[in-house]
Design a protein around this ligand. Structure first.
Ligand SMILES: Nc1nc2c([nH]c(=O)n2[C@@H]2O[C@H](COP(=O)(O)OP(=O)(O)OP(=O)(O)O)[C@@H](O)[C@H]2O)c(=O)[nH]1
Length: 131
């Protein structure tokens, strides 16, 4: 099975976190699901470099990338994903949605209300537990 390695940003603004919604896709299990912004690590990049590049490409933002929060391994029907999530801090809620179809800034208690990609659920649970 195909394996991909992905980085994702938990972007904090005060007590809120940025949640973004993927576009429609032929893979129904990720189509229009909520996720944390990020993407695949390219050859030769560190995780932090990949995350900084993806955040510029997807949202045109440069938050401060802090510590690794959780690494999740999840098997979807068509591929296995290893996803490294990092806490990031921003001092502005300004974003430009270049690829995603919507975005919400939510407090931890409200994160469970969204329809998340399955690989994100352990991250969402840990954020809620840390509250
Ligand atoms: N960025 C991101 N991807 C996630 C999350 N959860 C999750 O299952 N994924 C999956 O991980 C994969 C990331 O690939 P991507 O398509 O965003 O990466 P990319 O920007 O490098 O895409 P590209 O291949 O079109 O260049 C997708 O299959 C996506 O559905 C998440 O929270 N953030």
């Amino acid at each position: 099975m195909k394996k991909i390695e992905v980085v994702a940003a938990i972007i904090h603004f005060e007590d809120e976190i940025l949640c973004v919604q993927r576009a429609e896709s032929k893979l129904d299990y990720i189509s229009e699901k909520f996720e944390f912004p990020g993407g695949k690590i390219e050859k030769g990049e560190t995780k932090e470099e990949a995350l900084a590049r993806e955040l510029t490409e997807e949202l045109d933002i440069k938050p401060v990338i802090k510590d690794l929060f959780l690494t999740v391994v999840h098997t979807y029907p068509d591929f296995e994903i290893t996803m490294h999530s990092f806490n990031c801090i921003t001092n502005s809620k300004k974003i430009k949605l270049k690829e995603h179809i919507s975005a919400q800034w939510l407090k931890n208690d409200n994160l469970s209300h969204l329809d998340w990609a399955a690989a994100d659920l352990p991250i969402v649970s840990k954020l809620i537990d840390n509250e």
